[in-house]
Write a protein that binds this ligand. Structure first.
Ligand SMILES: NC(=O)c1ccc[n+]([C@@H]2O[C@H](COP(=O)([O-])OP(=O)(O)OC[C@H]3O[C@@H](n4cnc5c(N)ncnc54)[C@H](OP(=O)(O)O)[C@@H]3O)[C@@H](O)[C@H]2O)c1
Length: 202
C-alpha cells in the first residue's frame, strides 16, 4: 500500500512509520520535516500536498496541536488553536483527501485520552479529542467507495513522559511501538468507525 503519514517525523509518527514501512511504501509529511511539506491548518496547502503525492491507499494523521492552559486563562483565540490544528486540520485532510484516496482506502486520525480523563489545563485537548472521535464515528457511516475511517486515542506515551509526565501522575505510559499497532490494525484490518483506545487502564 502507498501510505501517507502526516506527522510521520513526530513521536507517534516515527513509531507508526517504523511499524508500517516493513510492509508498505510510506510518505511522511510535516510542516518542517518529512518527504513532503504541508501546513494542515491551511486548506490550499493540504490540496497542494495531495496533488504532489497523487493517489494513495491510506492516510494516517499523527499531528495536531492544542493549547494547554488553566480554564480561567482560556480565550476564544486559545481554543481556536486546537480547533484549527487538531480538529479542522484532521477533518480537512479527510474531506480533501477523499478526492485522492483509492477505492477501499482508509483514513486513521489521532485523538487522545484527555476527552475521557479530565486533567487540569486540558480543556481544549478534551474538547478537540471528543470532537475528533465523534467526527470519525459519524463519517464512517457516510464514507463512499468502501473507504474506512478510524481514530487512535492513546494515553500518554512513554517517550513523552519527560515532556508532559508531570501532568499525568497516576497514568501508566504506553510505549510508542504499542500505540503504532493500533494504526496498523486500522490500516491493515477491515474495521471502520472505531476508536482504538490504547493504554487506558480503566
Ligand atoms: N505524545 C503523546 O503522549 C500523545 C498522547 C495522546 C495523543 N497524542 C496526540 O498525538 C498527536 C501527535 O503527538 P506527538 O507527541 O507525536 O507530536 P510531536 O512529536 O510533536 O510531532 C508532531 C508532528 O506533527 C507535525 N506537524 C505539526 N504541526 C503541523 C502542521 N500544522 N501541519 C503539518 N504537520 C504538522 C510535525 O512535523 P514538523 O516537525 O515537520 O512540523 C511532527 O511530525 C497530537 O495530536 C497529540 O495530541 C499524543
Amino acid at each position: 500500500m502507498k501510505i501517507l503519514v502526516i506527522g510521520g517525523t513526530g513521536t507517534i509518527g516515527q513509531a507508526v512509520v517504523h511499524e508500517l514501512s516493513q510492509r508498505h511504501t510510506i510518505i511522511t509529511a510535516g510542516r518542517e520535516h518529512g518527504d513532503v511539506r504541508l501546513d494542515m491548518t491551511n486548506k490550499s496547502s493540504i490540496e497542494a500536498m495531495y496533488k504532489s503525492v497523487g493517489k494513495f491507499d491510506a492516510l494516517i494523521v499523527t499531528a495536531g496541536q492544542v493549547h494547554f492552559a488553566p480554564l480561567t486563562d482560556m480565550t476564544d483565540e486559545l481554543y481556536e488553536i486546537g480547533l484549527k490544528n487538531k480538529l479542522m486540520g484532521q477533518v480537512n485532510l479527510v474531506l480533501i483527501g477523499m478526492k485522492y484516496i483509492n477505492d477501499g482506502g482508509s483514513f486513521t486520525l489521532t485523538s487522545g485520552i484527555l476527552s475521557q480523563e479530565p486533567l487540569r489545563l486540558a480543556s481544549s485537548a478534551a474538547m478537540v479529542n471528543g470532537a475528533v472521535d465523534s467526527f470519525v464515528k459519524t463519517a464512517a457511516v457516510e464514507m463512499p467507495r468502501g473507504i474506512r475511517i478510524n481514530v487512535v486515542s492513546p494515553t500518554i506515551l512513554a517517550e513523552s513522559v519527560q515532556k508532559y509526565g508531570d501532568a499525568f501522575q497516576g497514568f501508566l505510559p504506553v510505549p510508542a511501538a504499542h500505540v503504532a499497532l493500533a494504526y496498523s490494525k486500522s490500516v491493515e484490518g477491515a474495521q471502520t468507525g472505531q476508536i482504538y483506545r490504547v493504554g487506558y487502564t480503566s
